[in-house]
Ligand binder design. Structure first.
Ligand SMILES: [Zn+2]
Length: 110
């Protein structure tokens, strides 16, 4: 998997916010990081899994919590033609676990 340029503006330069030792795809030796684009400040998973579309198509609902105006949800809708459900928060504070759980419960009941 190649590192992903910023999905919003195309900038390659990014700083690592969080390095994660988990694996979304089952491929051995793949490490992910959350990075922040140095140009537009979008934070995104890098690299995106190369089979992200296949992963997303497995689910009836795709919730995209993000601490911005919903740019990643817009990108996922445009690139993969899925009805990504944006859950954005722009208050300078992170999500509380309870907020995300509440949103998931709302979607499961709908
Ligand atoms: Zn950018």
């Amino acid at each position: 998997m190649e590192p992903t340029d910023c999905p919003l503006c195309g900038e390659a330069a990014a700083r690592v916010i969080l390095r994660a030792d988990f694996n979304l795809t089952g491929a051995a030796g793949t490490a992910y990081a959350v990075v922040e684009c140095l140009a537009c400040h979008l934070r995104y998973l890098n690299p995106f899994p190369s089979n992200l579309g296949e992963i997303l198509y497995r689910f009836d609902k795709v919730l995209v919590p993000e601490l911005n105006a919903g740019q990643l949800a817009l990108l996922l809708r445009a690139r993969y033609l899925i009805d990504a459900i944006s859950y954005s928060k722009v208050q300078g504070k992170p999500f509380k676990i309870a907020e995300i759980v509440r949103k998931i419960e709302e979607l499961l009941e709908a």
